[in-house]
Design a protein around this ligand. Structure first.
Ligand code: NAD
Length: 435
């Protein structure tokens, strides 16, 4: 019996996603990358450079399991680029992860960091394991050995991991401790997403939802809709979805639909979000049994009549099968890759404003950057300062991308890729290629 049950029986535990297919977010990302490269008339050499990671490391992680047997796991860390600064990206523990998936996710981080103007390159790491089957001791051993094997790859000035699927604050704490033992000093800037007591940042947990809200308000402004007159539908009521719902509700928006893995909940006059949050807290983490709204399916939820739709759960939720039924005037991508490339084209033709994931959910990486800055200064900010600076960076990024969109008469998503690719390639040209 796993001693690690508590950690991975929580709603935060995610089962591995579906295998990559033509409509995978990664393929969609590459398609968008190619489109932006064309607009920028990127030369072949630069295209090649940006299509390939600068470093891709695979390590074996031997562990003595609780039953006394040795078992060897495989770990990866891919640095897609470090042109703008040290690379940054999550570390995930999933049983069927591949190096190809890690490479794609690392590239994604490059564009996300560039879009919000944090001075980081992009990276991603993974260990092929099923944390549900591991004890806490085994998990710690895997984490510490992975860190030791990657000791020359990661570092506050080199590459900074963060939590991702099935990893959390505790795992970041073990990485920080192992790295610090090797460097013979306390190096808390080697990871972000740490517990506050170890140098984590205030406001980090809410940062992604808060960033989603900032760009939602900017989008409403462009559409001439007042926040307190706006009808919002949110898919997913976890970290991102519930914070987004609460903050928009506080601003007077009418949240007409919410959902989670247990289904959708609809009320045309608006759902009492405080009541929904209380229900989740009291019922062990889900909206199941919530009485303050009519029960609908997640499919119906996406097609509700509203001003703003915020998918904040899973990838590929809006695809060519349902895109034509969407009634929202704006879609804010709280999740990564909730709209497929095929659906994108349909939604653009319908005149729907889409705020792309690499902008909309970049509040998390922005506050990770703040955490790294605070660790390096050894001086910690108030939550209010974190939130103000986050809002400012998200707003600035939105405005910047909007200008690029208008200049090239392209969508905001295309503008995000154009801006990011231009920034990285311009910086690379000035730095030059070392040989
Ligand atoms: P979470 O695990 O806290 O919440 C996920 C929510 O989605 C839960 O409410 C869950 O019940 C719901 N859900 C699961 N399956 C569903 C389904 N089939 N239909 C509807 N809802 C379903 O996760 P999170 O941290 O809020 O992340 C949500 C999305 O945002 C993911 O795509 C994640 O990659 C992305 N994201 C998160 C962060 C962050 O800081 N948390 C940052 C960037 C991007």
């Amino acid at each position: 019996m796993s001693q690690n049950k508590d950690l991975y029986s929580s709603p935060y535990y995610k089962e591995p996603g579906p295998p990559l297919d033509k409509e995978s977010p990664f393929e969609s990302m590459m398609e968008r990358f190619r489109f932006a490269a064309k607009i920028l008339e990127l030369d072949e050499g630069m295209f090649q450079y940006l299509s390939n990671p600068v470093k891709s490391v695979t390590v074996s992680i031997p562990i003595i399991m609780d039953n006394g047997n040795i078992r060897v796991f495989e770990g990866y860390r891919v640095i897609h680029d470090n042109v703008l600064g040290p690379s940054k990206g999550g570390l995930r523990y999933t049983p069927n992860v591949t190096i190809e998936e890690v490479k794609a996710l690392a590239a994604w981080m490059t564009w996300k960091c560039a879009v919000v103007n944090v001075p980081f390159g992009g990276a991603k790491g993974a260990v092929r394991c099923n944390p549900k089957e591991l004890s806490l001791r085994e998990l710690e051993q895997i984490t510490r050995r992975y860190t030791a094997e990657m000791i020359e790859v990661i570092g506050p000035d080199r590459d900074i991991p963060a939590p991702d699927m099935n990893t959390n604050e505790q795992i970041m704490a073990w990485i920080m401790d192992t790295y610090s033992m090797h460097s013979r000093r306390t190096d808390n800037a080697v990871v972000t997403g740490k517990p506050i007591i170890l140098g984590g940042s205030k406001g980090r947990k809410e940062a992604t939802g808060r960033g989603v809200v900032t760009v939602t308000l900017e989008a409403l402004n462009k559409l001439g809709i007042m926040a307190n007159k706006c009808r919002v539908v949110i898919q997913g009521f976890g970290n991102v979805g519930s914070v987004t719902a609460r903050l928009l509700y506080e601003r007077g928006a009418r949240i007409v639909g919410i959902s989670d893995v247990t289904g959708g909940y609809y009320h045309p006059d608006g759902i009492d979000i405080d009541q929904a949050l209380l229900h989740v807290q009291e019922s062990g983490g889900t909206l199941y049994g919530f009485q303050g709204a009519e029960k609908i399916t997640n499919e119906e939820l996406l097609e509700l009549d509203c001003d703003v739709l915020i998918p904040a759960a899973l990838q590929d939720q809006i695809n060519k099968l349902n895109a034509r039924n969407i009634k929202a005037r704006a879609i804010i991508e709280g999740a990564n890759g909730p709209i497929t490339a095929n659906a994108d084209t349909i939604l653009d033709d319908m005149g729907i404003l889409i705020i792309p994931d690499i902008l909309a959910n970049a509040g998390g990486v922005t506050v990770s950057y703040f955490e790294w800055v605070q660790d390096r200064h050894g001086y910690f900010w108030t939550e209010d300062r974190v939130n103000r600076r986050l809002n400012r960076m998200m707003r600035d990024a939105f405005q910047l991308l909007y200008e690029v969109k208008e200049k090239h008469s392209i969508t905001l998503r295309q503008a995000a890729y154009v801006y990011a690719i231009q920034k990285v390639s311009d910086t690379l040209r000035i730095r030059g290629i070392y040989a």
